[in-house]
Design a protein around this ligand. Structure first.
Ligand SMILES: Cc1cc2nc3c(=O)[nH]c(=O)nc-3n(C[C@H](O)[C@H](O)[C@H](O)COP(=O)(O)O)c2cc1C
Length: 241
């Protein structure tokens, strides 16, 4: 549905011309979203771009629930509150909370408190999966979840390029049974993660990550000739928008 006075797809679609490197280097979790509506066409365009991602055996076994009903959002928000009360509480108790961790905790607190007011919650789901009671090699699990996250990352990059706020979250789905009930999912469909989408309060910008030399190994684990290597300078040139 097109919403009067809010940007349409044609207002923001040009953002998709953003250089890929700029989108990738500045895509970060945008947790604070305005409650203003977002055009369905923008959300569907992001999902459509998500669908260009690979899936195991080209199964394309995804299902996307676009949640706009306030009652359904309230129920997912209640699940998030429960999980965050435990998980966030444990993080605060166990970690020394430095400035950057405190900022993330505050942003998650805000997201938990305001989830039900966000215009759209996109729930990424997969059909099929585990055969009950049968032992399965790790490869099966890896291929299963590996069939949703590339598409979610594509969606996040598309949102970033169009200036739509988005973030990947899983905690509201801590109880798959509850999530299935809330969303009316059959037993054959598993909810994997949620991406709240809307107009951002803050801005996109560069992220902080480990240096590549600390995590890249040559030929075998532990051989790390690239440790201490300087990071490519491209990030410095980025302007957030
Ligand atoms: C599988 C997965 C699950 C996540 N679940 C949550 C979540 O439930 N709540 C949340 O606030 N962030 C969640 N995140 C987001 C991470 O916290 C975030 O990507 C990380 O802090 C880096 O943030 P940045 O990209 O803004 O630097 C999740 C990310 C992934 C990949």
């Amino acid at each position: 549905m097109r919403v009067a006075d809010s940007p349409t797809l044609s207002d923001v679609e040009r953002g998709l011309q953003m250089p890929l490197l700029e989108a990738m280097l500045t895509q970060r979790a945008i947790r604070r979203l305005r409650p203003d509506p977002i055009d369905d066409a923008i959300v569907l365009r992001c999902i459509e771009i998500g669908l260009k991602a690979p899936t195991s055996s080209n199964g394309q076994n995804w299902e996307w629930i676009v949640v706009k009903d306030p009652a359904v959002k309230q129920k997912l928000a209640a699940q998030y509150r429960q999980a965050w009360a435990l998980y966030g509480g444990a993080m605060r108790r166990l970690n020394r909370v430095d400035d950057s961790a405190a900022k993330i905790l505050a942003a998650v607190d805000w997201q938990v408190a305001h989830l039900a007011e966000m215009p759209v919650l996109v729930v990424a789901c997969l059909r099929g999966g585990r055969v009950p009671l049968l032992p399965q090699p790790p490869l099966v699990e890896s291929s299963y979840y590996g069939s949703i996250y590339p598409s979610v990352q594509n969606l996040l990059l598309a949102a970033r390029a169009m200036g739509v706020g988005a973030a990947l979250i899983t905690l509201p789905l801590w109880s798959v049974t509850a999530a299935r009930r809330i969303l009316g999912l059959p037993i054959s469909v598993r909810p994997c993660c949620i991406v709240p989408m809307g107009w951002p309060v803050g801005r996109y910008g560069p992220t902080t990550r480990k240096p590549v030399g600390d995590v890249a190994h040559l030929d075998r684990f532990g051989r790390q000739p690239w440790r201490g290597r300087e990071e490519a300078a491209s990030k410095k040139a980025l302007v957030s928008r």
